[in-house]
Design a protein around this ligand. Structure first.
Ligand code: ADP
Ligand code: MG
Length: 678
């Protein structure tokens, strides 16, 4: 084996069968094996005396083998090997099952560092199937890897050791010297050696920093290059002299917040430029993003151009349609709603109006990006709650028209670091201010025992003329969503919400049914809406002043915050009651965060810490390459540094064509190769 890029099978001691096992871990070459980063390290120097061990815990001990005992065959053909050992004060039994190889490696009177699970009782302790090294050896910090059946920790370590040796015979480096120096990084070979076999904890830390830096730098480079790809000429340059958004502001029933005004002016100035806008409008629930979108549509219409607004659900699309058409009607601008569930005939007539330019704002679900829809002059494309859309849908919409401007609205307040990663290719306008007079939603977490008291309160609020959401318990797969909501609503109407008019809403209903329920709720005909998380995004009924969330522990913090955002949208004091019987410490922590924090940004940061970025959106729809080493929650500083570094590099060499940037380009392309990013 002389190359890091040969098949992993050719590594000594691997062969076909183990090669397959490695493939399961997505490792096909020794090079990829080098990037199989340890999960953590075992530090044999942190050993404790036997007397301090706890049953069922993993511990590191320093033991001298006193007596190797005869092996014992037990039921089922298993052979048990035992050896007596001491730490100088107490004694313990070392036990191996079927592992003669490990047992034979122990010598009487020799001293070892051992790591394993402690079993037994107060009188007699055992350490079972420990990993160990001789105390005379100087490798006292051992890497622990993710394994798969059939690959032992020792085997993996041995193979990685071989890969490291090959690397030392053919050293390589991906970063130009000037980057290594200005960010005080270690060399790549040092990093790849010490991430696996650290000379010291400090060495493993600087190795990790270097590898995380690489990863984030490729990410930033890739994102910036994508961003510059977007810098085409749009066919829809607008003119700020044609209309002043002040006229639009003046027609509104409320005064915009400064943050909203700033966002509108960012958008309008983008619309007047030659490069297509590519902007993220980010803001906590209830901050008023819709009116900003409406202002953009208004400005486009004044310029004689069409806008399309795409929402993830029909409920949301029809709500936006109502709101936006109300804003635009006074100006004689026509708005159309187009959803998948409309009849072919209705669709046809709307499509005609779109093609003729009769309507200037088209609102809908993904129906508005179907191939058969021709826009007369589509200039602005807005997507709401964008993380719900697949990358492909975003891209399809962008291809309509003549390089239209794009505005993406997100109600999930994304921590800055993650926004940098996911939307590195977008400009950002943040609305960091709520409309005047909003009061934070008082939030309480209670157990099921308090349910009837909680509902007494809900009935009282309803009695005062307000309305309520009851988010139904999440259900097992065995039960249908429909059943759960129905039976819950039935029980509730008999007991908890006796005397109130109830409606139910869930994802399995047809859109016509959903619309009619939502309309009844908006009109106040329904006092309490028993629903699933279909109300999670965007729904806006300002008279709703209380939301009860059953089984609150089953939701992520950001999702709870979204749900809570359904109330507190008007002038009323509002509250959110979280019900959970989950006694775990983790759940307690989450509920406490919800009760204490009302700022969505802070909550999403906490959420990110608790769940990690992979889970943040519940899926990988954002099209971001997965990070193996860097951690978006903890590596904020590194993220900022790599952003600067990427900007520097691209300023010098926008296409990464210089010889010193060759490897950078290869690695960046490699990172993005499996991921289409629109
Ligand atoms: P979100 O940002 O969550 O999408 P919406 O756009 O749905 O928020 O706005 C929430 C509610 O606040 C709506 O009822 C909207 O009419 C109202 N609203 C928006 N901006 C203001 C403002 N500046 N002053 C008062 N109410 C506002
Ligand atoms: Mg919204």
């Amino acid at each position: 084996m002389t190359s890091l890029f040969q098949d992993i099978e050719f590594l000594k001691g691997v062969g076909k069968a183990r090669g397959e096992k490695y493939r399961k871990l997505n490792i096909t070459t020794p090079f990829e094996l080098l990037y199989h980063i340890p999960r953590k390290y075992l530090d044999y120097r942190c050993h404790i005396p036997i007397s301090q061990t706890e049953i069922n815990e993993y511990s590191v001990l320093k033991l001298t083998v006193t007596d190797k005992l005869p092996s014992l065959r037990i039921n089922g053909g298993m052979t048990v090997y035992k050896a007596a050992a001491t730490d100088g004060f107490d004694s313990i039994l070392i036990v191996f099952y079927n592992n003669m190889y490990a047992f034979n490696a122990l010598s009487e009177n020799d001293t070892y560092y051992m790591y394993g699970k402690i079993t037994g009782n107060f009188v007699r302790r055992e350490i079972s199937a420990p990993q160990f090294v001789r105390s005379s050896e100087n490798v006292l910090i051992q890497p622990i890897y993710h394994l798969t059946a059939g690959l032992s920790a020792n085997m993996v370590r041995k193979n990685i050791r071989q890969a490291v040796e090959i690397m030392h015979a053919f050293p390589f480096e991906t970063l130009p010297q000037y980057v290594i120096e200005s960010y005080s990084l270690c060399t790549l070979n040092f990093a790849l050696t010490n991430i696996h076999f650290p000379e010291s904890i400090e060495a493993s830390q600087s190795a990790r920093r270097r590898l995380a830096f690489d990863e984030l730098l490729y990410l930033q480079l890739g994102m910036s290059m994508l961003k510059s790809n977007h810098r085409l000429r749009t066919g829809c340059i607008m003119n700020s002299k044609i209309a002043s958004v002040q006229d639009f502001f003046g027609s509104l029933p409320f005064e915009l917040t400064d943050a909203q005004k700033n966002a509108v002016s960012d958008v309008v100035s983008d619309l007047c430029r030659e490069v297509p806008m590519n902007r993220l409008l980010q803001g906590d629930v209830g901050c008023g993003k819709t009116v900003v979108a409406a202002a953009a549509c208004w400005f486009a219409a004044k310029n004689g151009m069409q806008s399309a607004l795409m929402a993830p659900t029909e409920i949301l699309a029809s709500q936006h349609f109502e709101t936006i058409s109300r804003f635009l009607e006074p100006f004689g601008m026509k708005t159309a709603l187009l959803t998948g569930s409309m009849s072919a005939k209705v669709k046809k007539s709307i499509k005609d109006d779109i093609a003729s330019g009769e309507v200037c704002v088209i609102i809908g679900t993904h129906a508005i990006i179907q191939k058969d829809i021709d826009y007369k002059c589509l200039a602005l494309v807005i997507t709401d709650e964008q993380h719900r859309f697949g990358v492909a849908q975003r891209a399809a919409l962008a291809q309509k028209g003549n390089f239209p401007h794009k505005l993406v609205m997100s109600a999930t307040p994304i921590p800055r670091t993650l926004a940098l990663m996911i939307y590195g290719d977008l400009d950002i306008s943040a609305i960091n201010q709520l409309p005047k007079g909003r009061k934070p939603v008082a939030t309480y977490a209670v157990t099921g025992k308090m349910r009837s008291r909680a509902f007494n309160y809900v009935r009282k609020i309803i009695g005062e003329g307000r309305q309520a959401y009851i988010v139904c318990p999440m259900i097992d797969d065995s039960q249908s969503e429909l059943l759960a909501v129905k039976s819950y609503a039935e029980n509730a109407s008999e007991e908890l919400l006796h005397g109130c008019s109830l409606g139910i809403l869930h994802g399995k209903m047809s859109s016509a049914e959903k619309d009619s329920v939502m309309n009844d709720f908006k009109d106040g005909k329904i006092q309490a809406l028993v629903c699933t998380t279909v109300v999670e995004v965007g729904v806006d009924v300002p008279n709703a002043a209380v939301i009860v969330i059953e089984n609150a522990d089953r939701f992520g913090l950001s999702q709870l915050h979204q749900l809570r955002g359904r109330v507190g949208r008007g002038i009323w004091e509002s509250s959110c009651i979280l019900i959970t019987d989950n006694p775990s410490e983790e759940c307690r922590k989450r509920m406490k965060i919800m009760c204490r924090i009302s700022d969505g940004f802070k909550i999403s940061e906490e959420d990110l810490k608790l769940r990690g970025p992979g889970d943040f959106f519940g899926n990988r729809q954002h099209g971001l390459p997965p990070l193996k080493i860097a951690d978006s929650a903890c590596d904020m500083e590194l993220m900022e540094q790599t952003k600067l570094c990427a900007a520097d590099i691209l300023k010098k060499d926008p296409t990464l064509s210089l010889a010193e940037h060759r490897s950078l380009k290869i690695e960046t392309l490699r990172m993005f190769s499996d991921n289409i990013v629109s």
